[in-house]
Design a protein around this ligand. Structure first.
Ligand code: OXD
Ligand code: MN
Length: 643
């Protein structure tokens, strides 16, 4: 009780410090049980929780232990309050519908906070808008917090979510604590991270990444939340403070905006920690692939959001004798070990995959993963308690009734899609039938090849290999892709998305490039992964895809692995090493493929590509562009001129 008084007494002080008006008293004091839970916390964690309680004034505090019972309580409570609906067709699956104003990451409201702007973003050339992240000063953040957070959790429960990114206790893992007023976030974090008491025990008195999240709608709410999904889109802000290992998110309950372990920690804050500590935090899947001779290798691959990373990570090989196993589908933390081998862990514990387009035809493994213990968000629902989305037309009996992601009746031909294009499944990784036996290995898996890729309907061949590490880093820097629904962008335009990290850089992209270039010193020529560029999405003039993709991509991986083995199956081209004629295994391919077209390197297209990349890098990275990248660009320009 004494403790509680101290909390409440400090409230006025806190309000003055952040410059907001004196706060009204809390709606009610937190329970003794919550107080007892808080009293068990180690000093650093407790200080973080108490400070937040003073500022945000939740009605109650719950320290998550991660248990089954706790999870069941959370889910049932959300079902009672209308946040979730049970999907009775499956085992422990649930559906959430969001406010339609809160459906994707909000890049325009996502900031990195540093003293100097240039630590966060390169200074674009005069008159150009910087596209490589948003900077905010510490003062502006203080202001933004003071405007938003005091009293923002009134009437809600504050969940203390201790989580580990990476297997608990692995030398490559890091711990965070998310304080959130969203039970949906707490339940999702239990799927996406290793969450609960174990993490607090492992943390002891060490430092951790402080993650603060509020939906920004204190109770009583001024207007009834749509779909029982409280959010505050007008005031949304997602801020990262690398110098303090802090993440502060307000106003959105959706995905990467609110599950702070994922994009905010594992990529943005993660990339700044990785830079300091000499490793890489990347937007990459990791897969294990065993060839017919039984030789297993691991590949990491970076594609922009919603370009099929989950599909590739769970590939069903079309080539006989190949086996693919999945380590992760979205994020890789990679570090050279003392033998110069690049080792990777998947810091996540679940899949937060885009639902539309996922089907038994495109990703049968995902379909075997997601129908138990899964939270679905913004998909359509069938009258027999199942889910539906674009892509399942052949798998769901359409005589059942369907309600769309708004909850309104829907029929094929309604015009609008039944599921939101960025609707998601959030499922435990351990349920994946091809999860790699080493996926939780504390030392990580050895990476033999890195792929960069994107959706390129025109001009970019199926696969080519970098001449060397420096050229490979250039390929990452020059990545472009057709835009997707994962963020707020509209329309299908080709966007620059270097390393598939454009929305996720935690620091100046020029410095990031220098960091990647420096990695060559950490490996040996024999251990350095080879780098490739792939494009499954090239289209014929008639509009159809030139390459069947999906399981047939094994043929590309087969060629990649043969290159890793040093096989003489590549030849030089203007843009990199391409397969020698006949070296891509096409045996048994069901449809005819126009290899000429698939691998053509049209001079005019590549001249334009070089200019677009040159202009982008010059305007956006300017003075911070490392010289080796300028050099690679110039070499490419010269080679293309000779085409
Ligand atoms: C994701 C994304 O959710 O990249 O993985 O947007
Ligand atoms: Mn992603």
């Amino acid at each position: 009780m004494v403790h509680l008084l101290r909390l409440v007494g400090a409230r006025a002080l806190c309000a003055r410090r952040v410059g907001s008006p004196l706060l009204p008293p809390p709606t009610r004091a937190i329970s003794q049980q919550a107080q007892r839970q808080m009293d068990t916390l180690r000093p650093k964690v407790r200080e973080f929780v108490e400070r937040t309680v003073r500022m945000c004034q939740p009605a109650e505090v719950h320290v998550c232990d991660g248990s089954e019972a706790e999870n069941a309580n959370l889910l049932n409570q959300m079902a009672e309050s209308g946040v979730l609906e049970p999907l009775t067709k499956y085992d422990n699956c649930w559906l959430a519908r969001t406010d339609p104003a809160d459906v994707a990451r909000v890049e325009s409201k996502t900031f990195i906070v540093t003293e100097e702007k240039r630590e966060t973003v390169p200074i674009p050339r005069k008159g150009r808008k910087g596209m490589l992240g948003n900077w905010m000063s510490p003062k502006a953040l203080e202001h933004a917090v003071a405007e938003r957070f005091p009293g923002c959790m009134r009437g809600r429960t504050l969940y203390v979510v201790p989580f580990s990114m990476g297997p608990v206790g692995s030398p490559l893992s890091k711990i965070g604590i998310e304080l959130t007023d969203s039970p949906y976030v707490a339940a999702s974090m239990r799927i996406m991270t290793r969450m609960g008491s174990k993490v607090l025990e492992t943390l002891g008195d060490d430092d951790f990444v402080k993650c603060l999240h509020s939906v920004g709608r204190p109770v009583p709410v001024s207007k009834k939340p749509i779909n029982n999904w409280p959010c505050n889109p007008e005031n949304t802000i997602i801020a990262h403070v690398p110098s303090k290992n802090e993440i502060i998110s307000f106003g959105s309950g959706y995905g990467g905006n609110s599950l702070l372990g994922k994009k905010c920690f594992a990529l943005r804050i993660g990339s700044t920690i990785a830079r300091r500590e000499g490793w890489l935090a990347e937007h990459m899947l990791i897969l294990g692939i065993t060839n017919p001779a039984g030789h297993k290798r691991y590949i990491a691959a970076a594609f922009p959001s919603a370009c099929g990373k989950t599909n590739l990570a769970m590939l069903q090989p079309s080539l006989p004798g190949y086996k693919v196993e999945c380590v992760g589908d979205d994020i890789a933390w990679m570090k050279f070990d003392d033998k110069g081998v690049l080792r990777a862990i998947n810091p996540e514990n679940g899949f937060f995959g885009v639902a539309p387009g996922t089907s038994s035809a495109t990703n049968p493994i995902a379909m075997k993963t997601i129908f138990s213990n899964t939270l679905f968000t913004n998909v359509a629902k069938t009258s027999d308690g199942g889910v539906y989305w674009e892509g399942l037309e052949k798998e769901v009996d359409t005589s059942v009734g369907i309600v769309d992601w708004h909850g309104d009746p829907w029929t094929t031909g309604s015009g609008a899609p039944s599921a939101h294009p960025n609707s998601r499944f959030c499922a435990p990784a351990a349920q994946c039938p091809i999860i790699d036996p080493q996926w939780e290995s504390p030392e990580g898996v050895p990476i033999s090849a890195i792929l960069f890729g994107g959706r390129r309907p025109l001009g970019v061949p199926l696969v080519y290999e970098a001449f060397n590490w420096q050229h490979g880093v250039f390929l990452g820097a020059a990545m472009r892709s057709e835009s997707t629904a994962a963020a707020e962008h509209k329309g299908k335009v080709i966007m620059h998305d270097p390393f598939a990290m454009r929305p996720f850089f935690g620091y100046n992209f020029g410095h990031y490039l220098a960091h990647w270039l420096s990695m060559e010193q950490r490996g040996t020529p024999a251990t350095m992964p080879k780098i490739f560029h792939v494009n499954w999405f090239r289209k014929a003039a008639t509009g159809g895809f030139l390459w069947p993709g999906f399981g047939e991509n094994t043929r590309v991986l087969d060629w990649v692995l043969r290159r890793v083995d040093g096989e003489d199956c590549a030849q030089e081209s203007a843009i990199g090493l391409v397969p020698k004629p006949g070296s891509l295994n096409l045996e048994g391919l069901k449809e005819a493929v126009d290899m000429q077209e698939l691998f053509s390197i049209p001079k005019e297209f590549w001249q334009q590509e070089v200019s677009a990349v040159a202009q982008y890098l010059d305007e956006q990275v300017g003075e911070d562009l490392p010289y080796p990248i300028v050099e690679e660009l110039e070499h490419l320009r010269q080679r293309v001129e000779k085409l």
